[in-house]
Ligand binder design. Structure first.
Ligand code: 4AD
Ligand code: MG
Length: 501
């Protein structure tokens, strides 16, 4: 279909032509006889020059009265202008009001995160949020692209289930016609059934965990991608996850340069993501955590943070001292920079608080314990690319994991830890195939055997070795976009204590 009106992103193909644009007023400058309307339509932004001499009185009145976020239709000619974003600007012929906006709550000044989260429905229009959602979209398409080209069938597991998958502590329970049911924690068990029908499948859907913790990595509703492959062992599954992550990074780097720039993402860190990802056994990881090398890495980070803090405080002081004399535009730049500096300083303060504790807990880490968020962060600091940690103590892993034939204390699980401190983005492994072992496991994990009977059938009728994993979409987006918290990675985050908007 040809466009009913022109998208701003396509304007460079229409230089010299007359176009109709529809969008929202992002920003307005000018006065008296000349206004510059910065119009945003979701595909891009463009400056529309409204010269009183070139438009009718009604158009000029609309331009004069239009408030931030008012919806407008603009007709004008596209002019090439290298100094403008997108390389074009519009010489306006007419402006029509679609709707006048009330005073907009989100202004260029600094807003607290809680305020922004309360206004998430509007915050989504902001430039950074726009960029994040576009990267999220590209990641989603990259995931489908990888699996589809590798012959996987996408299949949808149920969201309402009668089974716990990842233990019972984080289940959202609901009433399902007088019977208890749950929002799914993972599509894996149904994924295993589907893999026995199609060989290689992947699910892509929402999953739920009643996480009673407020961390930067946890949502209560998140999207998980769960491939499941019949006849694949742990090593093959590690190969799949490595290829998948490399494909995602490649596609984002190829198609989302502008978005990553808006997010001020250091792309060299993403470009470093290459094959092979180090395979690190749990035993090796524990050793690394306890090592002198870890203490040194953390000391170096403390030192770097101190230096950065001094530098930022100096810059802030210099900016403040010339603020009085600065022109309006320069003042705005200083304000914006101060917001960024303050945000970074807050993160540095967090580093100062964290590192002494991290040093202690890493040095005293005990074999058998699960890695906490900070342990994962520390582990990834030793590598420039994602690492795959494998063969965890069985006691800290889910009931369905196959035991390591070489060491019965270990489960054939794997986690992918993203670099730069992001930590776990993938969990998975090889599945237990033995019916009696699984029955014992279900009992030992305190799960009701009856509701797992259908799952046991997969071991009764043609049980085969198989493996799979779950990639957390939001954690992947956070890492690739370089975001501190997962709350900005999904349009409407669901966290403990937040169900609106
Ligand atoms: O490690 P998890 O719990 O693994 C499973 O659910 C397996 N059944 C997957 C499988 O083998 N098919 O979760 C997988 C991933 C984590 O690595 C993380 O990226 C994400 O899901 N995840 C969360 N993301 C955001 N908020 C939460 N509360 C999350 N819990 C897990
Ligand atoms: Mg996990």
């Amino acid at each position: 279909m040809t466009e009913p009106f022109t998208s701003i992103t396509n304007l460079s193909e229409h230089v010299g032509e007359r176009v109709t644009l529809k969008g929202w007023l992002n920003n307005k400058r000018g006065s008296k006889a000349l206004f510059f309307l910065v119009l945003r339509d979701g595909t891009g932004i463009v400056q529309c020059v409204v010269n009183q001499g070139n438009v009718d009185d009604a158009s000029f009145a609309v331009a004069e009265a239009a408030t931030q976020e008012s919806a407008l239709e603009v007709v004008g000619t596209v002019n090439a202008d290298e100094r403008q974003v997108g390389g074009v600007e519009i010489h306006t012929e007419s402006v029509t009001l679609i709707s006048q906006a009330e005073p907009y709550p989100i202004t260029p000044k600094e807003h607290g995160v809680e305020f922004l989260m309360d206004h998430r429905h509007l915050w989504l229009r902001s430039r950074r949020q726009w960029a994040i959602m576009r990267v999220r979209n590209r990641i989603i398409m990259a995931i489908h692209g990888y699996f589809q080209s590798e012959g996987y069938i996408q299949m949808d597991p149920p969201v309402l289930t009668g089974n716990a998958v990842e233990g019972t502590s984080t289940l959202f329970e609901l009433e399902y016609f007088d019977k208890p049911a749950y929002l799914t924690q993972s599509g894996q068990l149904h994924g295993e059934a589907m893999a026995m029908a199609h060989g290689k499948i992947y699910t892509f859907g929402p999953t739920f965990r009643a996480e009673k913790s407020k961390t930067r990595r946890h949502l209560t509703e998140f999207w998980m991608i769960e491939p499941e492959m019949a006849f694949y062992d742990l090593d093959l599954a590690m190969q799949v996850v490595e290829e998948l992550v490399i494909a995602i990074i490649g596609d984002v780097l190829h198609d989302c340069r502008d978005e990553l720039e808006i997010l001020e993402r250091n792309v060299s860190q993403l470009e470093a993501v290459r094959s092979p990802f180090p395979r690190v056994s749990y035993d090796e990881a524990v050793e690394l955590l306890r090592s002198e090398k870890t203490q040194q890495v953390l000391d170096a980070e403390l030192k770097a943070a101190t230096a950065e803090k001094d530098e930022l405080e100096e810059e802030r002081a210099a900016n403040r001292s010339r603020y009085g004399q600065a022109k309006k535009g320069e003042k705005r730049r200083i304000d914006t920079r101060e917001i960024a500096i303050n945000k970074r300083l807050e993160e540095i303060e967090e580093t100062f608080r964290n590192i002494p504790n991290w040093k202690k807990s890493a040095a005293n880490f005990e074999w058998g314990a699960d890695f906490g968020g900070s342990d994962e962060t520390i582990l990834t600091k030793h590598f420039d690319r994602p690492i795959i940690v494998h063969r965890f103590p069985a006691a800290i892993k889910a009931f369905y994991m196959k035991r390591d034939p070489e060491d019965d204390r270990l489960a054939l699980g794997m986690d992918v830890l993203a670099p730069e401190g992001y930590g776990e983005i993938v969990g998975g492994g090889e599945r237990a195939t033995d019916l009696n072992f699984l029955k014992r496991q279900v009992k030992e994990h305190g799960l009701p055997e009856k509701v797992f009977n259908w799952y046991f059938d997969l071991r009764r009728y043609g049980s085969v070795p198989h493996s799979g994993f779950g990639l957390g979409l939001e954690r992947t987006v956070a890492w690739i976009c370089g975001l501190h918290h997962v709350r900005e990675t999904i349009p409407f985050p669901r966290l403990m204590g937040r169900i609106h908007p």
